[in-house]
Design a protein around this ligand. Structure first.
Ligand code: CMP
Length: 136
């Protein structure tokens, strides 16, 4: 049965700064993801705080929000069968040192903060995150 889904992907400042955005987009496309919409933007810290609100009680919340707003990012709507889980598998573990070979975070991630990409963690959050960046 077809289970076409959309998920939100962010290419984070560490990867955009190293001009890895096109290479990362090619990886998604080669794995069968369609980039339905995309934009390169820089967000305010207050917007990052809203985006990462689920993490507001975590000790790393402030640094995380400063980081996401520290430079340009590329936000994308990715579409594929079971896109949420497929994207999470392709990204690899949050901490690049724990990510498996062949994953984006293993290949490009620098640290748990500078882990090159974000992806929605559930179908419900994918809808919220897509709406957050592409509401118009
Ligand atoms: P991301 O998938 O964008 O979601 C939240 C981010 O918080 C995560 O990737 C990491 O980059 C960052 N982060 C920093 N410290 C931690 C931590 N201890 N556990 C989980 N995420 C962390």
């Amino acid at each position: 049965m077809s289970n076409l889904e959309q998920t939100l992907s962010i290419i984070k400042p560490d990867a955009v700064e190293r001009n890895l955005d096109n290479e990362i987009k090619e990886i998604f496309k080669n794995k069968g993801f369609k980039i339905v919409d995309e934009k390169k933007i820089q967000i305010e810290k207050s917007e990052a705080e809203k985006f990462y609100k689920v993490h507001e009680t975590k000790p790393f919340y402030n640094d995380l929000c400063s980081y996401l707003s520290s430079g340009p990012i590329v936000v994308m709507i990715l579409e594929k069968e079971n896109a949420v889980i497929a994207n999470r598998e392709l990204m690899g573990a949050t901490n690049p040192t724990e990510a498996e070979e062949g994953t984006i975070r293993k290949k490009f991630g620098i640290s748990i903060d500078k882990n090159s990409v974000h992806g929605s963690d559930s179908i419900e959050n994918a809808k919220i995150e897509i709406e957050f960046f592409f509401k118009d």
